[in-house]
Design a protein around this ligand. Structure first.
Ligand SMILES: Nc1ncnc2c1ncn2[C@@H]1O[C@H](COP(=O)(O)OP(=O)(O)OP(=O)(O)O)[C@@H](O)[C@H]1O
Length: 472
């Protein structure tokens, strides 16, 4: 069984050859596109393992010619240009697997064995034009490479994707990338924040209604499912969806069709579903706040977004990206010195990429010099951190917390009010429930609000009154 390895870095070639030989393969090695084509013209190999940047050309660009000659030969791509664009170009060639460098050599050997063992049928897909420059999903760290690989796996199918991760980690951006790069890219991308829609309106928002379906339904309304026909429906904050709406959504997904409120016609769903949540769904399921059956329906392909603090290697690239974006929006063009970048990489970024982005825009606006060093960065960071303390610390810090929420807000699609309200209500309700041992009636009396209002807010905030023990 022979493998053709195309790699112009001699030391990497030696390591890969040894690993593949240990797996029982014979390995022929070359270091250029021209040599590869000469070898392939005269011999059929079991698999091709190739680097992308070669001395005489791009190993991916010239793959269509190789595929034409050997359509069933698995191709495994190794790349040091770890961008989403490279991952997508690799997957567009129908490559069996894509390995960002540095990679685990044992995993590569295992993958080659699997590729050789697999039938050609699963890979016999057409070639695509590739070329998806300009996608703004920045990240070269290993955790982001894992995200890119997952994205490439869902581009040629309509499987339901569930994106999990803290707020601000880029879940919506990933959903957009899946849409833009996938087979439904010519259709619409419709995003719905399911938590922001009141329970009584959700059915009409998602599924639409007919004229006269209820008081106020003065005209037919086409819901999000239908608006997204031919494209992708992004259901954001799915963990905050009210129970009743969860049931309706599940029914639609199970039957593959919807009915407008007040309508008779069953309308087939023709949209890919991508859902996202920043909540840990399993405890919500355990607490009876999220339907387990809906979870399984949505969680066909999970994509886990890493928190920014778990990929500090990406912080500098993101900061550079946002400095450019700020300049493109007319703010002064700033530069960060090495020590300033290092300082940024050491921050906790609890609000993840969103917080970093807003911080960089603020820096572009407020910095005194075009070249920003650590000393100039420090005061701006301190004001951000004060904001965080404020949020933890109640009154004296309340102003700072408000300033921080506003600083983090998206200019056009902000959710400051909801975020601030939740941040305030959560500790308040938790404390009152602790004091009343979980008794909602007493808690509502102390708070001076209606018991049903309290129950609804607790459910929205995924706070389980049972968890606060017995009345004391
Ligand atoms: N990898 C990335 N590269 C470039 N920009 C990013 C990246 N990740 C996130 N962003 C930017 O950060 C901001 C927040 O991202 P996004 O809205 O996708 O996060 P989210 O996880 O959906 O947040 P939430 O859970 O609060 O809805 C957006 O402006 C987005 O463009």
């Amino acid at each position: 069984m022979s493998i053709l390895l195309v790699e112009d870095d001699a030391s990497i070639a030696i390591v890969i050859t040894a690993a593949l030989e240990a797996e029982g393969f014979g390995v022929t090695c070359c270091d250029s596109v021209a040599e590869r084509d000469r070898l392939l013209a005269g011999h059929a190999y079991e698999a091709l393992v190739t680097d992308v940047m070669l001395t005489d050309g791009d190993g991916i660009e010239s793959l269509p010619a190789v595929r034409a000659l050997h359509p069933d030969m698995p191709v495994i791509i190794l790349s040091a240009q770890n961008t989403l664009d490279t991952a997508v170009r690799a997957s567009d060639t129908g490559a069996f697997e894509y390995f960002p460098k540095p990679f685990d050599i044992d995993e590569l050997a295992r993958t080659v064995r699997q590729a050789v063992g697999s039938s050609a049928a699963g890979r016999a897909e057409g070639l695509d034009d590739g070329g998806n420059d300009g996608l703004p999903l920045v990240g070269r760290s290993a955790p982001m490479q894992a995200v890119f690989r997952m994205i490439t796996r869902v581009l040629r199918n309509d499987l339901t994707v569930l994106i999990l991760g803290e707020s601000g980690t880029g879940k919506e951006l990933v959903a957009e990338a899946i849409h833009q790069l996938g087979q439904r890219r010519t259709g619409p991308f419709v995003a719905v924040n399911t938590a922001a829609i009141p329970a009584e309106l959700i059915e009409s928002e998602l599924f639409g209604h007919e004229k006269g379906a209820f008081t106020g339904a003065v005209a037919r309304h086409i819901g999000k499912f239908e608006q997204a026909a031919g494209g992708t429906l992004f259901l954001d904050e799915i963990g905050d969806m009210p129970m009743q709406a969860q049931t309706r959504l599940l029914r639609a997904l199970q039957s593959g069709s919807i009915r407008r409120v007040g309508g008779r016609e069953e309308i087939a769903i023709d949209t890919r579903i991508v859902a996202a949540t920043n909540k840990d769904l399993e405890p919500l399921i355990a607490a009876g706040l999220f339907r387990e059956d809906l979870y399984y329906r949505l969680n066909v392909v999970p994509i886990h977004m890493p928190a920014l603090r778990d990929r500090p290697d990406d912080i500098d690239a993101l900061a550079q990206h946002f400095l450019k974006a700020a300049a493109a929006e007319g703010l002064p063009r700033r530069q960060l010195t090495r020590d300033a970048s290092d300082l940024l990489a050491r921050q906790p970024w609890r609000g993840n990429v969103r917080e970093l982005k807003n911080f960089i825009f603020r820096l572009a606006l407020l910095a005194r010099e075009d070249v920003v060093d650590a000393a100039a960065l420090q005061p701006l960071l301190i004001s951000t951190q004060r904001g965080e303390e404020g949020e933890r610390d109640a009154e004296p810090g309340l102003d700072a917390a408000v300033a921080r929420w506003l600083a983090r807000a998206e200019p056009e699609a902000g959710s400051v009010y909801d975020e601030a309200l939740a941040a305030f209500e959560r500790p308040l309700f938790a404390e009152v429930l602790r004091k009343t041992g979980g008794n909602q009636l007493r808690a509502a009396q102390i708070l001076g609000i209606n018991r049903n209002t309290l129950r609804k807010r607790l459910s929205d905030l995924a706070l389980d009154p049972e968890g606060f023990g017995r009345p004391g």
